[in-house]
Design a protein around this ligand. Structure first.
Ligand code: BMA
Length: 339
C-alpha cells in the first residue's frame, strides 16, 4: 500500500512484475519486453508510442501503427491482461459530429483519457503540418473527431484527466514542420475542448541534465496524487549520431498545473536494451500511457522503443515522487506566469 494518496480507481488487474532484486532505479522493465514485434499485422510494419486504458475489466488501446507505405496511423487493440494484444488491422475510421468521414492524413503518438463517460483521444495530426487532433469514443468502435485543438505546428497534446477550476487543460509542445530541434512544454485551457486559450509555459528543456537539453514533451496522462500531478515526460539530447530519447518525471501543482513543483534532473529510463537501442529509429524510449492502481500505488508505463516496439515498465508512485523530490532541479523560467 502506497503512502502517498493517488486519486483514481483501484486497478487490481494492472499488469505487474516486482522490481528485480538489487535494482537501483525507480522504473524497471518488464522482463519479457517487447510486447510487439516487426510486421505485427498485414498492413502494419511497426507498432510503438501507444496508449492503453482499462476497459470493462480488461484493457483497450489506441496504437500507433506505421504502415508499409511508411505513414503513421491509429489502430485499436484489445487485451485481457494488458500484455498480450490483439491489434485490429483496419485503422480507426473517424467521423465528424455530423457523421461524415473525417480521416487524418497521418496520425501518431496517441494519448487516451477517460473524462466522464467519454474516452478522449489526442494525437499528432496533419493540418498543413503537424498539430494536435482530438476526438472521442465511448466503445472503441465508433470514433468522433472534433476540430483540431491547435494551429500548426504542435505535438504531444496531453489532456489532464479532469477539469481544473472549471476548464479542460491540455499540455502540448509547439514545434516546427520537421524533426524539431527545440521544444518546451506549454499548457492551454478550454471550457468546451474546442476553443483553447490562457496559454502558459509549464517547463523548458535544459538544466544540468543533458538528457533533456534539446527538447522535452509530455508523456502519459498526468497522475493525480496528493503531492501534485505526476507527469512523466520525454527528454531529448542531440548526439553525434542523432537524437536520443529518454524519460523523466515532474510534479505539477494540483490547482495551477503550469507551476512545476519538482522536476528530476536525472532520467528515469534511457535506451539501454537491444529493443530500445536497435530498431527503425535507434535510441528511443517514448512513454504515451500509464496505468495506475490507486490502492497499491503501482504504475505500469507503456512506452515505444526504437520506433519499432511497444514496451512496458513498472514503478511505484511513492518511489517516483520521492526520487523526483530528492533529485529536483527547476530550470530557470519554469515558474514564470507566462506573461
Ligand atoms: C518524434 C516523434 C516520435 C518518435 C521520435 C523518434 O519527433 O515523431 O513519434 O518516437 O520522434 O523518432
Amino acid at each position: 500500500m502506497g503512502k502517498i494518496k493517488v486519486v483514481g480507481e483501484p486497478l487490481k488487474n494492472i499488469p505487474w512484475q516486482e522490481k528485480p532484486e538489487n535494482y537501483e532505479g525507480v522504473i524497471w522493465r518488464y522482463d519479457k519486453n517487447p510486447l510487439t514485434g516487426w510486421n505485427p499485422t498485414k498492413s502494419i510494419a511497426r507498432i510503438f508510442n501507444s496508449a492503453v486504458v482499462p476497459f470493462n475489466g480488461e484493457f483497450v488501446g489506441v496504437f500507433r501503427g506505421d504502415h508499409k507505405d511508411g505513414k503513421a496511423r491509429l489502430h485499436v487493440g484489445w487485451s485481457k491482461d494488458g500484455i498480450n494484444w490483439e491489434i485490429e488491422d483496419e485503422e480507426i475510421i473517424w467521423r465528424d459530429e455530423k457523421g461524415e468521414i473525417y480521416q487524418p492524413n497521418y496520425a501518431y503518438d496517441p494519448r487516451v483519457v477517460k473524462i466522464e463517460d467519454r474516452f478522449y483521444i489526442t494525437w499528432c495530426t496533419d493540418f498543413y503540418g503537424p498539430t494536435i487532433g482530438i476526438g472521442y469514443t465511448k466503445d472503441f468502435k465508433e470514433f468522433i473527431r472534433m476540430e483540431n485543438a491547435f494551429l500548426p505546428y504542435n505535438r504531444n497534446g496531453v489532456l489532464f484527466p479532469r477539469k481544473i477550476k472549471g476548464n479542460y487543460v491540455m499540455l502540448s509542445r509547439p514545434s516546427d514542420t520537421g524533426h524539431t530541434p527545440f521544444g518546451d512544454i506549454f499548457l492551454s485551457e478550454s471550457k468546451d475542448l474546442i476553443y483553447w486559450g490562457k496559454h502558459r509555459r509549464v517547463m523548458g528543456r535544459g538544466g544540468s541534465g543533458w538528457w533533456q537539453s534539446l527538447k522535452i514533451g509530455a508523456g502519459p496522462i498526468p497522475i493525480e496524487t496528493e503531492e501534485g500531478w505526476l507527469l512523466f515526460y520525454h527528454g531529448v539530447v542531440l548526439t553525434c549520431n542523432g537524437y536520443v530519447y529518454s524519460f523523466g518525471a515532474a510534479i505539477l501543482d494540483l490547482d495551477n498545473p503550469s507551476q512545476v513543483l519538482y522536476r528530476s534532473r536525472y532520467y528515469l529510463l534511457t535506451p539501454e536494451r537491444d529493443y530500445e537501442t536497435v530498431g527503425f529509429v535507434p535510441n528511443v524510449v517514448f512513454p504515451c500511457a500509464a496505468l495506475v492502481d490507486s490502492e497499491t500505488g503501482r504504475i505500469a508505463i507503456y512506452y515505444g522503443s526504437a520506433d519499432t516496439y511497444v514496451s512496458l515498465a513498472f514503478a511505484y508512485v511513492d518511489e517516483v515522487i520521492n526520487f523526483v523530490k530528492e533529485n529536483s532541479e527547476i530550470v530557470p523560467g519554469d515558474r514564470d506566469e507566462g506573461r
